[in-house]
Design a protein around this ligand. Structure first.
Ligand SMILES: [Zn+2]
Ligand SMILES: [Zn+2]
Ligand SMILES: [Zn+2]
Length: 322
């Protein structure tokens, strides 16, 4: 035993992004993948049917509609083994082939570029009217009455902004989409605080950034960093370029001791609205920074109980006491 690769086979199957694009950049090959998907011939795990089916060379060739055996075989062979598997029973999509299809389905969904109607929930900042905007696979909830809570980083009035696959808008009201977005964000926090990339499972690099002369008041954001929060966690994936920048109090909400502490007060971090979480942060959370070495301590107070979590400059927990 030993070594860092899962198996010799794993080493053989590794593809660079350039190689993957080269393989998929061909209409016939995409038709092969689509035909396998439509025939239900794919990697069996996590599938709704629970049984993998395969189809034969001739069935697949007929579905794709290419008569020339040699030409068809050439394109099919280019997809094997990364995107298509050839087994004793026939052909099916590989796990990666299925992921490619899932991604396409997630991002297609409804073609409308906006979520109509105002939300029923009030603005978490001012209690005003919220409206949802959907653009470029992002769901943004904006207040029509105030500047929102993201400062200059987003358009005026933004109170919530998250990547949201178009498929997830189908059959949801704007309020339901907002709650679903909240849930996804808070679940992301649990990944982020374990330094795991939500998108590609690579390790994340992380750090904290601090507004040294933060001057936010109850009524307005800081004039220097243009946000309400002086300490932010920065997390990024160098493999797939996924990145998040969030107030350290929200980062703390991705940690099991904090989730548990709040759960004991009947606050479910994962299914609370941002308004509820904002209120909890305002009432219970206090953040302090000390230097040499840099430490950020978040204290959560719910008399008579108190939980403190201390982060280092890499956003790693160095101490947690209850
Ligand atoms: Zn508002
Ligand atoms: Zn500031
Ligand atoms: Zn990644």
């Amino acid at each position: 035993m030993g070594g860092t690769e899962l198996s010799p086979e794993f080493e053989l199957e590794r593809l660079s992004p350039d190689e993957a694009f080269a393989i998929l950049g061909n209409d016939t090959r995409l038709d092969i993948l689509r035909s396998l998907w439509e025939a239900g011939a794919h990697h069996e795990y996590d599938d709704i049917e629970a049984t993998a089916t395969t189809i034969s060379f001739s069935e697949l060739q007929q579905a794709v509609g290419i008569r020339d055996n040699g030409q068809f075989n050439y394109h099919l062979s280019q997809l094997i083994p990364s995107f298509v598997r050839h087994t004793d029973e026939g052909y099916r999509l590989s796990g990666a082939g299925k992921e490619v299809f899932r991604t396409l389905i997630a991002i297609s969904g409804e073609q409308n570029s906006s979520v109509p109607d105002d939300l029923e929930s009030p603005c978490p900042v001012c209690g005003g009217t919220l409206t949802a905007v959907y653009e470029d696979q992002w769901l943004r909830v904006m207040c029509t009455d105030c500047d929102g809570n993201f400062g200059d980083a987003t358009p005026d009035g933004t109170v919530f902004n998250t990547p949201f696959p178009a498929a997830g808008l189908t059959d949801r009201t704007p309020d339901e989409a907002f709650l679903t977005g909240n849930y996804r964000c808070m679940l992301d926090m649990t990944y982020l605080m374990r330094k795991i990339c939500r998108e590609c499972a690579s390790p994340l690099t992380s750090s904290v950034s601090i507004c040294e002369d933060h001057d936010a008041t109850r009524d307005r954001s800081c004039t220097i960093c243009v946000t309400d929060f002086p300490v932010w966690g920065d997390l990024r994936c160098d493999t797939c370029r996924y990145a998040k920048r969030l107030p350290v109090e929200l980062c703390a909400m991705g940690l099991t001791p904090v989730i548990t502490f709040l759960h004991e007060q009947d606050i479910d971090v994962l299914s609370s609205s941002f308004r509820e979480l904002g209120e909890v942060i305002a009432v219970q959370f206090q953040t302090a920074v000390t230097s040499d070495p840099l430490r950020v301590t978040v204290t959560i107070n719910n008399e008579p109980d108190e939980l403190t979590v201390t982060f280092d400059d890499k956003l790693s927990v160095v101490e947690s006491t209850c």
